[in-house]
Design a binder for this molecule. Structure first.
Ligand code: 5AD
Ligand code: SF4
Length: 417
């Protein structure tokens, strides 16, 4: 049996897809990256924006044609959209074999086993390309209820996972060859298990010898502590990158979004981080066109982007989601206006990120090599920038020095030193 998994959405989903792949491999299936070759296709869905749901449905449309040709094809839908739109998926796509929500993923092995051949002669395939970096979920759900966001309704309330289990998983990952650990949660800054907070957890993880690098995401400005800034500044294993979503530069919009900070508080925190950790790269998320966003509100966001000079900015067009508080708001911003604002900010922020990255030219930076294909290595520096360089050796998993020669919009080129 060959399986194909399509992952839509965030790192949480990437992590969940990895877990499903591992279970399928343990049961003798082989992974393929060609959907048309697969006997089992799983679409791991996202519901954070309408466009993500649209993508899942169009893939499911293509799968119907595949199933018409091969009625034995097994189709599963998992993840966030599967969690809250189970009925809709089942009624719109009757040919889907199973729908399993993000919160029920623990049942995946029980569900999938029903579709696998009973033969005991199944060869067990081990995951071959062991990852250089390993995602580890430290928290589930979210209790922040930002007014635009569907996550708290789909993934449920915030729960911190026992740090003993996390440490066990980290140990297993590094024993399997992982060099970098990426801790995941919707708001890792509010991690707390039995009095162990996020800073304590970082200390515990960094004490593990074989862990070479630590990343984490995502952060919430309202919970980012001074203690954490101090820890990042002094702990060499923690990568110099913080993703700190701003969402809007306008206080009226931030309030309507229920973000619980003002722009001034964000800027203060931002400057404190920059001043304490000089080589840090701070990236952010922005939502354009939240209901009621005026030209003046947008200008505040645009000015914030110019002033703060993010290392990278992810700009999303507001998407009204079921169940959320903002879905009931009036003063919808017309799509043409959203598109115009989106383009304006995107073009400006790309120029800023490129300018920031240009300071790396001729510098020698330390990178961890993640991939190697056709004599080109793909690596990442501490600031989370992708770097490509030529080499005839497979250096995957190694930390090497690269001299930066060229800066592209989302990556850099270099020469191995
Ligand atoms: N519409 C647009 N963007 C959204 N995000 C979350 N919900 C929505 C929505 N309804 C964005 C936020 C968040 C990122 C992961 O997705 O910017 O930080
Ligand atoms: Fe959504 Fe806000 Fe929770 Fe992030 S912190 S997942 S934006 S509700």
């Amino acid at each position: 049996m060959k399986f194909y998994i399509e992952t839509i959405g965030c790192q949480m989903n990437v992590n969940d897809s990895d877990k499903m792949a591992e279970i399928l491999l343990e049961n003798g299936c082989m992974q393929t990256d060609d959907m048309l070759q697969a006997n089992i296709v799983i679409i791991n869905t996202c519901s954070v924006r309408f466009s993500a749901e649209h993508k899942a449905y169009s893939l499911l449309g293509r799968l119907k044609e595949q199933k018409d040709i091969n009625p034995n094809l097994i189709i599963g839908v998992t993840g966030c959209m599967a969690q809250y739109a189970t009925k809709e998926i089942k009624s719109r796509c009757k040919y889907v074999d199973f729908v399993l929500g993000a919160r029920d993923l623990d049942m995946f092995s029980k569900v999938i086993i029903k579709y696998l051949p009973k033969s005991k002669e199944n060869v067990k395939y081990k995951q071959e390309n062991k990852e250089v970096f390993k995602y580890i979920t430290i928290m589930r759900g979210c209790s922040n209820f930002c007014s635009y966001c569907i996550v708290p309704y789909v993934r449920g309330p915030e729960i911190s996972i026992n740090y003993n289990e996390i440490i066990k998983e980290v140990n297993e990952a590094v024993t399997d060859g992982a060099k970098e650990i990426i801790l995941l949660g919707q708001n890792v800054n509010s991690y707390n298990y039995d009095g162990v907070n996020f800073t304590h957890l970082l200390q515990k993880v960094s004490q593990i010898d074989k862990v070479k690098r630590i990343r984490f995401m995502t952060n919430h400005p309202k919970d980012f502590s001074n203690e954490l800034i101090e820890e990042i500044a002094t702990n060499k294993k923690i990568c110099r990158h913080i993703h700190l979503p701003l969402q809007s530069g306008s206080n009226a919009i931030l309030k309507a979004m229920n973000r619980k900070y003002t722009y001034e508080q964000y800027e203060n925190l931002f400057n404190k981080i920059r001043n304490s950790i000089p080589d840090i790269s701070i990236t952010s998320d922005i939502i354009i066109g939240f209901p009621g966003e005026t030209d003046k509100d947008f200008k505040a966001t645009f000015d914030a982007s110019r002033k703060l000079q993010f290392g990278g900015l992810f700009i999303f067009k507001y998407s009204s989601r079921p169940k959320t508080v903002s879905a009931k708001l009036k003063n919808i911003v017309p799509l043409e206006v959203i598109k115009k604002r989106h383009t304006l900010l995107l073009e400006d922020s790309n120029i800023i990120s490129k300018k920031i990255n240009e300071k790396y030219i001729n510098q020698v930076v330390e990178v961890l090599v993640e991939n190697f294909k056709k004599n080109i290595a793909q690596a990442r520096n501490s600031q989370n920038i992708k770097i490509f360089f030529d080499t005839d050796k497979n250096l995957v998993g190694q930390i090497v020095n690269v001299k930066i020669t060229k800066v592209l919009p989302n990556s850099m080129l270099g020469i191995l030193q």
